[in-house]
Design a binder for this molecule. Structure first.
Ligand code: G6P
Ligand code: MG
Length: 213
C-alpha cells in the first residue's frame, strides 16, 4: 500500500543534470582530464568526490588537489544555480506534485547533492515536500539504501510504502536495496533494473505507477 513518493532531484524534478555535466566538463578541459558525455552517464546520482574518482579512473592525485578540483567544479555549478528559476522544473512535474499532495501522499526529496536545498528554493517548490534529504543527511551515498531509508523514517513510512523516482543507476540500486518500489527515468541501460521505467519525465503516469505495482 503506497503512502509516499521520494523524488531524486537532479534529472527528475529539474534539468540540473546538464549543469553538473557542463561543470565537470569545464574542470576536465582545464585540467586535461579525459571526460565526455558518455563518462558523465556514470556520474548521475554519485557524490561529488566519488564523481571525481570516476573521472580520474585510477589516476593518483594528491588529496589537496582533489579537494581543489571538486571545489572548483562546485563553483562552476553554483554559477548555474544562481540563474535557476521555476523554468528549470522538468515538464509538468510541479502540477504532478500538487496532484499527489492533494491525493494525500507524503512527498519527499532524496538527493545526493549538497546543493539540494538551494536548488529547491530557487525552483520555489521546497514547501511541497514533507522532508528534504540531501548529501548531508547520511554518510553512505547511493547506491547504499541509507538516504532513502532515512527519508522514509523521517516521514514515518515503511520502506515498502514508498515509491522512489530516479534517473540514476546508483539511485535505482539504492531504492531496491532499501526495499522500495523503484521507478526509473531514462534509457533501460541506465535504469532498467527499476520496477517500472519511463523514457522521460513527461511520460510518468502516476495513476499507472499506482496500479501496476
Ligand atoms: C546528484 C547528481 C550528481 C552529483 C551529486 C552531488 O546526485 O546527480 O551528478 O554529483 O548530486 O551533488 P553536489 O551538488 O553535492 O555536488
Ligand atoms: Mg538524479
Amino acid at each position: 500500500n503506497i503512502k509516499g513518493f521520494i523524488f531524486d532531484l537532479d534529472g527528475v524534478l529539474t534539468d540540473t543534470a546538464e549543469f553538473h555535466y557542463r561543470s565537470w566538463q569545464k574542470l576536465a578541459d582545464e585540467e586535461n582530464l579525459n571526460f565526455n558525455r558518455q563518462i558523465n552517464e556514470q556520474l548521475r546520482g554519485v557524490s561529488r568526490m566519488q564523481s571525481l574518482e570516476i573521472i580520474l579512473a585510477g589516476q593518483e592525485v594528491p588529496t589537496a588537489q582533489k579537494k581543489e578540483w571538486t571545489d572548483r567544479k562546485n563553483e562552476y555549478y553554483q554559477e548555474y544555480l544562481a540563474e535557476l528559476t521555476k523554468k528549470n522544473i522538468l515538464d509538468d512535474m510541479e502540477a504532478k506534485l500538487h496532484q499527489l499532495k492533494k491525493a494525500g501522499y507524503k512527498l519527499a526529496v532524496g538527493s545526493s547533492s549538497r546543493n539540494a536545498k538551494k536548488v529547491l528554493k530557487n525552483l520555489q517548490i521546497s514547501d511541497l515536500f514533507d522532508t528534504i534529504s540531501d548529501g548531508n543527511s547520511v554518510e553512505r551515498a547511493k547506491p547504499a539504501p541509507d538516504l532513502f531509508l532515512h527519508t522514509a523514517e523521517v516521514i514515518g513510512l515503511e520502506p515498502a510504502e514508498c515509491v522512489v523516482l530516479e534517473d540514476a543507476e546508483s539511485g535505482v540500486e539504492a531504492a531496491l536495496a532499501a526495499g522500495m518500489i523503484a521507478v526509473g527515468i531514462g534509457p533501460a541501460e541506465r535504469v532498467g533494473k527499476a520496477h517500472l521505467v519511463y523514457t522521460s519525465v513527461s511520460d510518468i503516469d502516476f495513476e499507472e505507477v499506482l496500479t501496476k505495482i
